[in-house]
Design a protein around this ligand. Structure first.
Ligand SMILES: NC(=O)c1ccc[n+]([C@@H]2O[C@H](COP(=O)([O-])OP(=O)(O)OC[C@H]3O[C@@H](n4cnc5c(N)ncnc54)[C@H](O)[C@@H]3O)[C@@H](O)[C@H]2O)c1
Length: 373
């Protein structure tokens, strides 16, 4: 029997969720809600969902068992908390919340109510990242020692019709794009123990470049370039560049270096991608530096998109086991990012106070398109 899902938030990212969830037999979308009811109606009609309305309509709907929270970060905790109070499980877009107090209170509220919270990103549950995770766990590159990740673009004001929230508290490259990279690192290495970071801002004000509001300016509240140095409880180290200030577009760089080789992983904001490793050069003959040899790893698992983590959560509820993209993981990732923001202010290392258990791999045979419930 499929699980009933209701959406709160019918903006840009709702298209991909609505399209993907309709391909999973274990879930069915029953209602789409938004502050802007017309937007909810348009998205419901476009994707063949019979009902639409306000957030309150979604919360009151008897067939909704899981609320998908696709609102802006400033109201993530408020909307998730209302859903828990209404007796619904929650899948929320990232970040889980804006601050530690509100977010941990939300997790306690859910636990007391016996309800689940799942948190994006679920991209790292895709077959690309998961194949790489299994390869690392099998010892392909020996003991992982350090990682480097890069996300740099000119900024999402280039393409988002309503981008102010992406430059406000709760976003910027650190909290908007950081979740993909930090969740990827934590799912490989476990919890982060301490971070240091530096931040800069190219512009105090930006201008919307696309859609009906093009030409409107808005304030940039947070640093738009952040460089993070992280140390993990198990000893690994990572550097992560996150920038909305770079004319040179380069993103999805995610490399793990081990005692026996280096692995290039897929973009943690995608569900698939190239996985390749190198074992390093053998002794140079005649001073010939040539190209380093890269060996591809075959990606295993069905390819899908956003909504995979929600699907894994509803199956985990039915099987009475923990789900992978948990609120607890989302909280630790948020804590790491807030600690990095604090370090960029104080210019000191910041100890990360939360921890999280090792993040399990998704079984290779997980089939999103099978009916299991
Ligand atoms: N746009 C992307 O490519 C993308 C990708 C991945 C994740 N996300 C995440 O998804 C979330 C939404 O992003 P988006 O780009 O769709 O934003 P958006 O601004 O296009 O849409 C947000 C929607 O939420 C609605 N909303 C806001 N507050 C509400 C409330 N209190 N009750 C009901 N509805 C409310 C707004 O009316 C709007 O329709 C963000 O957390 C973002 O980080 C976005």
């Amino acid at each position: 029997m499929s699980v009933g899902v209701g959406f709160i938030g019918a903006g840009v990212i709702s298209d991909t969720y609505l399209a993907n969830l309709s391909t999973f037999p274990d879930v069915r979308v029953v209602v789409v809600g938004d502050l802007d009811v017309e937007r909810a109606r348009a998205q419901a009609e476009k994707h063949g969902v019979a009902e639409w309305g306000s957030a309150a309509d979604v919360l009151a709907h008897p067939d909704v068992q899981v609320v998908v929270n696709l609102t802006i970060p400033a109201v993530h905790v408020e909307v998730s908390s209302q859903a828990i109070a209404a007796g619904k499980h929650v899948w929320t877009e990232k970040p889980l919340g804006l601050d530690r107090d509100g977010t941990s209170a939300l997790l306690r509220q859910a636990e007391a109510a016996g309800l689940r919270i799942g948190c994006a990103p679920d991209t790292v549950l895709g077959p690309g990242f998961q194949t790489a995770k299994r390869a690392i766990e099998s010892g392909l590159i020996g003991e992982p020692m350090f990682a480097s990740t890069v996300f740099q673009t000119i900024g999402p004001d280039l393409w988002h019709p309503n981008p102010a929230f992406l430059f406000a508290q709760g976003a910027g490259p650190l909290l908007d794009m950081g979740p993909y990279y930090v969740t990827g690192l934590v799912s490989l290495f476990g919890p982060v123990s301490r971070v240091a970071a530096l931040g800069r801002k190219k512009l105090e004000e930006r201008t919307i470049q696309t859609g009906p509001q093009a030409g409107t300016s808005f304030a940039v509240e947070v640093p738009t370039t952040v460089q993070v140095l992280a140390e993990f409880e198990a000893g690994q180290q990572a550097t992560s560049l996150l920038s909305f200030d770079s004319a040179l577009e380069r993103h999805g760089v995610f490399e793990v270096h081990g005692t026996e080789g280096s692995l290039s992983l897929p973009d943690p904001n995608q569900f698939e991608g190239r996985i390749a490793y190198t074992k390093g050069r053998s002794a140079l003959s005649d001073g010939d530096w040539g190209e380093q040899e890269w060996i591809d790893v075959e990606q295993i698992g069905a390819v899908t998109g956003r909504g995979l983590g929600l699907l894994e959560m509803v199956r985990a509820i039915a099987e009475q086991r923990p789900h992978i993209a948990s609120g607890e993981l989302g909280y630790h990732v948020l804590d790491v990012m807030l600690s990095a923001a604090e370090s960029a202010e104080s210019r000191e290392f910041v100890t990360v106070s939360s921890s999280v258990p090792a993040v399990p791999a998704l079984p290779a045979g997980f089939d999103p398109f099978a009916a299991t419930l």
